[in-house]
Write a protein that binds this ligand. Structure first.
Ligand SMILES: [Zn+2]
Length: 307
């Protein structure tokens, strides 16, 4: 069974890409009382106490008086009831209703409903792409935003640039004795361990990327590799492709530049170390956590002390 309902892979909107070519689309939707709008500022969005992503009607956006502070607008898609959804980025945070606070996707991505999580993930990814890709990669000219935020076009050479997604592999490596291999990044807090991961290089298959990253970081040789699922990780532009890999060797030699430590855990050792605080796993929003749970055979509680 593949991993399902990953925190950031729960988008529900129809992206309705054919509508993006309408240059009036954003203005049309802002005049439609059915439209729902999400606000973003510095990677954060207003979230209610539930928590749910705060969505405004177009009239409510007008009432916030933020028009002059809107830096960019994106068409996110349509829901099953025919409502259009927009994301607006603002340069100044307006006052939000009582009980609503600005929160990051890392913080609330795993607890929002499917629609909210999908809107938040897509918006953060698009916003990051625009932030880091302001100029033409072909001729260096500043590009224009077209297609309701989904394309940047160069006014000099005419080239169109599309939002990029960088494939990264992330893998639970399991030894012949059924222990799992986890590593600690050189810059991570003490006790924090996770599955190994790394970017796919040009000319490389996903399976080879898994094997290369694991041997580079831990010295462990990997044989068979099985795909488990994927989720976007828009910090700023990764798509995490999750695998389980079968280790052929167990001796660990860490690459100390990237990894401070790597070790094998049995299920009993993992549970004991989580309870004692000697091991801290990545949060529920990450595919790393789900890959570890997939090997463990059950969900692992956030507060493991009383487990
Ligand atoms: Zn150009």
């Amino acid at each position: 069974m593949p991993l399902e309902r990953l925190a950031l892979s729960r988008s529900t909107l129809d992206r309705a890409a054919a509508r993006r070519t309408d240059p009036e689309l954003v203005e049309t939707l802002l005049a439609d009382p059915q439209t729902r709008v999400a606000l973003f500022s510095e990677g954060e969005a207003p979230v209610t106490a539930d928590p749910a992503l705060q969505l405004w009607t177009a009239q409510a956006i007008e009432a916030l008086g933020i028009r002059k502070t809107v830096a960019s607008s994106f068409f996110l898609g349509m829901d099953a009831e025919g409502r259009g959804y927009l994301a607006l980025t603002v340069t100044e945070r307006p006052e939000v209703p009582e009980g609503v606070r600005w929160a990051s996707l890392r913080e609330v991505g795993s607890v929002l409903d499917d629609t909210g999580a999908g809107i938040f993930t897509t918006s953060v990814a698009l916003i990051a792409w625009h932030t880091f890709h302001t100029h033409c990669a072909n001729c260096g000219t500043a590009t224009d935003v077209v297609q309701a935020g989904w394309v940047r076009q160069c006014p000099n050479c005419g080239r169109e640039h599309y939002p990029r997604t960088d494939p990264a592999v992330i893998m639970a490596i399991v030894g012949p004795d059924d222990r799992v291999l986890l590593g600690r990044g050189a810059t991570w807090p003490e006790h924090r361990y996770s599955t190994l991961a790394g970017f796919v290089e040009p000319g490389e298959s996903l399976e080879d990327a898994v094997r290369r990253e694991v041997v580079e970081e831990s010295g462990v040789l990997v044989g068979e590799v099985h795909y488990r699922g994927s989720q976007p990780w828009p910090f700023p532009s990764s798509l995490m492709l999750g695998f389980r890999g079968e280790a052929l060797t167990s001796e660990i030699r860490v690459d100390e530049e990237e990894i401070a430590d790597a070790r094998w855990w049995s299920r009993e050792e993992l549970q004991a170390d989580l309870k004692s605080g000697a091991l801290i796993l990545p949060p529920a929003v990450s595919i790393a956590r789900r890959l570890i749970e997939d090997w463990f055979g059950a969900r692992i509680p956030d507060d493991a002390a009383g487990w």
